[in-house]
Design a protein around this ligand. Structure first.
Ligand code: GDP
Ligand code: ZN
Length: 462
């Protein structure tokens, strides 16, 4: 891949809008250093801008003589940079207005505003990372649990790329052998050892592809998380459970001084799985008087949920109303949660038959009993096998899945063709298809519009 626009130097604010201790403006391209020299007045007079060294000074608009900020600036010479181009970073005070002023001054030097994801796109186009690694950058930025971050880091370090690359190398080697056969069709000797190729296709292509496909569900679970709806009659303890679960999370996070729980507001970390909790009662309350609409919303949320926690008040008998609600949610994967066990009134005659319907967990939301067991049960129910990795650390995404399936299909056709002894040029077509699909995953044969879709998911400045 090469792009004509690539030589254009770009810049963007790379830290979030709003205020923070520092804010960073990043530039990438041939003119980055010249621009820095024009706007940055270093404190030391003999500033040589040694690569990867931080310099203290001020950003000054030479047209007006106005000082915009006191900063640290670093120049990083290509190719040992994020984009493989010359990169400059200016570390300003983290005020959005200051950052905006400095950015405008940079843009006034003929630098273009970077599009979303453009730095990472350049890193990809310049061959520093493959497409799965670029996608891992998005995953790191949007991960909701530490496990999610770990998985994204593994993908960034090339875990998935290496698996795909190994398969491609096997295919390329097979192609070399087959091409000889195509070039010498009249040879009497069988150049291609069919049974050997069939075995190779099975062991080095089909099976590795199948193992990766088995991890697709993990990818979905750890990236997107799952949604869990708490359903139950008023007063069974839904809000109490929600608070207990989120309270625990809050305690975990605030252990580390200076951390806020803004980003995990709605998400619970269940063994690394981001779980979004929805209290159906809350939905109805918000809908106010339009009761019917509230119920409709509750129903649609229940339908979209991956799991329903059907909650009963263990201190009273199961009622007809409980059973009605049960009927309404019974089509979903479910856990029966019997609450208020601290009151020691749980009627075994009612609860035991429920075991046949769904796993039953006994808790006290109020006294925080059985909460870990509930989390374990949630994990087992929705993520059965999510902790079993066929290929350690590889969690293919939806895009990878499509290509893996097509590559696998082509591989099976190839195998069949060898089994019946089909002609070599037909074989070459499927072999190429298999290679192309894998090339799509790592970004070597990916079309421009697909690349656009991927890089548009990035935020500005990344
Ligand atoms: P919701 O209407 O389903 O959301 O129920 P709430 O969470 O508001 O709880 C209803 C009542 O049950 C409140 O008075 C809670 O204090 C009480 N409650 C909730 N969980 C427990 C529990 O585990 N044990 C006891 N004894 N009371 C509970
Ligand atoms: Zn409630």
């Amino acid at each position: 891949h090469t792009s004509s626009a690539q030589s254009q130097t770009i810049a963007a604010i790379s830290t979030p809008a709003g205020s923070g201790g520092i804010g960073i403006i990043r530039m990438s391209g041939d003119e980055a250093l010249q621009v820095l020299q024009r706007i940055f007045k270093p404190r030391v007079s003999d500033c040589s801008f040694a690569s990867h060294h931080l310099y203290y000074g001020h950003i000054v608009d030479s047209a007006t003589g106005r000082t915009l900020d006191e900063v640290l600036a670093v120049y990083m010479r290509a190719p040992h940079t994020y984009t493989r181009e010359d990169v400059v970073e200016v570390h300003c005070h983290g005020s959005f207005l200051v950052l905006q002023n400095v950015l405008e001054l940079i843009l006034a030097q003929g630098v273009a505003l970077a599009a979303a994801g453009e730095f990472t796109k350049r890193a990809f186009l310049n061959g520093r990372i493959d497409l799965t690694q670029a996608e891992a950058v998005i995953d790191i930025l949007s991960a909701r649990t530490r496990k999610g971050v770990d998985l994204a880091q593994e993908q960034l370090s090339g875990a998935l790329y290496q698996r795909i690359d190994r398969i491609r190398k096997s295919l390329a080697q097979m192609r070399a052998v087959i091409e000889v056969a195509i070039d010498f069709p009249d040879e009497d000797v069988e150049i291609v050892d069919h049974s050997h190729i069939i075995r190779q296709l099975q062991n080095e292509v089909a099976e590795p592809l199948e193992r990766l496909l088995k991890n697709v569900d993990q990818g979905k679970i750890y990236r997107e998380g799952i949604s869990v709806v708490i359903a139950g009659l008023p007063n069974v303890g839904k809000s109490s459970l929600l608070n207990t679960l989120l309270e625990e999370e809050r305690a975990l996070v605030t252990e580390i001084p200076g951390t806020t729980r803004d980003t995990i507001e709605e998400y619970l970390d269940v063994h690394g799985m981001p779980v979004r909790l929805i209290d159906t009662a809350g939905i109805r309350d918000n809908a106010g008087k339009v009761e019917e609409m509230g119920i409709q919303r509750a129903k649609s949320l229940i339908n979209e949920a991956d799991l329903v926690l059907f909650m009963l008040d263990g201190s009273r008998d199961v009622s007809v109303e409980d059973l009605k609600l049960y009927t309404a949610v019974s089509h979903k994967p479910m856990l029966v949660v019997v609450n208020k066990i601290d009151l020691n009134k749980v009627d075994k005659h009612f609860i035991d038959p429920l075991q046949t319907i769904a796993p039953v967990v006994h808790i006290s939301a109020g006294k925080q009993l059985g909460i870990d067991e509930l989390k374990d049960a949630i994990f087992r129910r929705v993520a059965s096998g999510a902790d079993q990795w066929e290929e350690q650390g590889c969690a293919p995404n939806v895009r990878h899945k499509q290509a893996l399936l097509k590559a696998h299909g082509a591989c099976l056709r190839l195998r069949d063709a060898f089994e019946v002894g089909a002609t070599s040029d037909l074989i070459a077509v499927d072999l190429q298809e298999c290679l192309d699909q894998l090339g799509d995953i790592v970004g070597e044969t990916t079309t421009e519009d697909i690349l656009d879709v991927i890089f548009e998911q990035f935020c500005l400045g990344k």
